[in-house]
Design a protein around this ligand. Structure first.
Ligand code: Q46
Ligand code: ZN
Ligand code: ZN
Length: 328
């Protein structure tokens, strides 16, 4: 097995590219594909202050690493979700990486700062854990970005994640979600821009990237993910990809170039005037936002100081891109 570029011994084969790569050219490929996604979808501008949502897993640590190597001013944000040992250990990986690179990691801890954790909070609020988790993460990423003066929130969603979410949304014809499933959600009143620079790279490549770069990450899946639909969709797509390499890429990028625009008007038609939440100030269509209602039902409490956001009525957000959290 030889590297496509230099003919030296290869360390990885990437079937959808029909090619093998040595260490040097594999790392270059990861960087080039990230740059290509950033440029193609106008994700980041020079000088942007970037906040990377870091879970301690391979994807979020890899995207942080690649952005730092590319020279971006990128801090990390770690959310402690209170999911037992999984959270303890994922936090350690995130901290260890930040220390090793000498970069800033902001931490928010749900149990310590808001008085609830995902498993008990979800039960109390009668939500499935990934729904309570996704809602909490979106709110706290937005809030940390706005409070910290960041221009953009980066997440580590890769091609496998996006293809699986698209697959699920298509199977259910969730046209509202299809209208919002984009690699970039522009900044809107009260919400920061959100981007996914790894959409051109697969899960296996991100694991290999971390191994090659010596980045330690949490290998275990979140215990709450076991048996969820998202993993089932990934497995189904993996089975198809095994016989038809490139299918995930064609499915996702074909959707973006040929189908996505058809669903946009509906998603935009659902835009409504937003007002600041009376409890936390986040833009919302209801008097009290969904996050504050979750905190209340979960028996938690808001921290002393509520963030100042959106003092006036604001228009429109496209909201989340998925029905349940999946990968960071
Ligand atoms: S962390 Fe949260 Fe995920 Fe765990 S509870 Fe579900 S959404 S699976 S990426
Ligand atoms: Zn090579
Ligand atoms: Zn609120």
């Amino acid at each position: 097995m030889k590297c496509r570029v230099c003919r030296e011994p290869a360390i990885i084969d990437i079937r959808r590219h029909n090619a093998n790569f040595c260490t040097e050219h594999f790392l270059r490929l990861c960087r080039d594909q990230t740059v290509k996604a950033i440029e193609e979808f106008d994700m980041l501008a020079p000088g942007d202050r970037v906040l990377v949502a870091v879970s301690g897993g391979k994807d979020s640590l890899a995207v942080w690493d690649i952005l730092l190597d590319l020279g971006y001013d990128a801090d990390g944000l770690y959310l402690g979700l209170g999911i037992g040992e999984y959270s303890d250990s994922s936090g350690e990986f995130a901290r260890a990486y930040a220390t090793k690179r000498g970069v800033k990691l902001i931490e928010v801890d749900l149990p310590a700062d808001y008085g609830y954790d995902i498993p008990t909070g979800a039960r109390a609020a009668k939500r499935v854990p990934c729904s309570a988790c996704g809602l909490s993460k979106r709110h706290l990423f937005d809030q940390a970005a706005i409070e910290g003066g960041y221009d953009v929130v980066v997440t580590g969603h890769n091609l496998d994640d996006e293809a699986a979410v698209l697959f699920g949304n298509t199977l259910r014809w969730s046209t509202d979600y299809l209208g919002r499933q984009l690699p970039v959600l522009p900044a809107r009143h009260g919400f920061p821009r959100k981007v996914k620079p790894l959409v051109r790279l697969g899960e296996r490549e991100m694991a290999a990237y971390c191994v090659v770069k010596g980045i330690d990450y949490i290998v275990e899946e979140c215990p709450m993910a076991v048996g969820n639909k998202h993993l089932g969709y990934k497995e189904a797509l993996n089975a198809i990809e095994a016989t038809s390499p490139g299918t995930k890429h064609d499915f996702y990028f074909g959707f973006l170039s040929r189908a996505s625009a058809h669903f946009r008007p509906q998603a935009e038609g659902e835009q409504a005037d937003l007002l600041p939440c009376i409890s936390c100030g986040a833009p919302t269509t209801t008097e009290v936002c969904a996050f504050c209602r979750l905190v209340e039902r979960a028996g938690g409490q808001m921290p002393e100081r509520a963030p100042e956001r959106s003092p006036e009525p604001v228009a429109v957000s496209l909201g989340p891109t998925r029905s349940a959290g999946a990968g960071q």
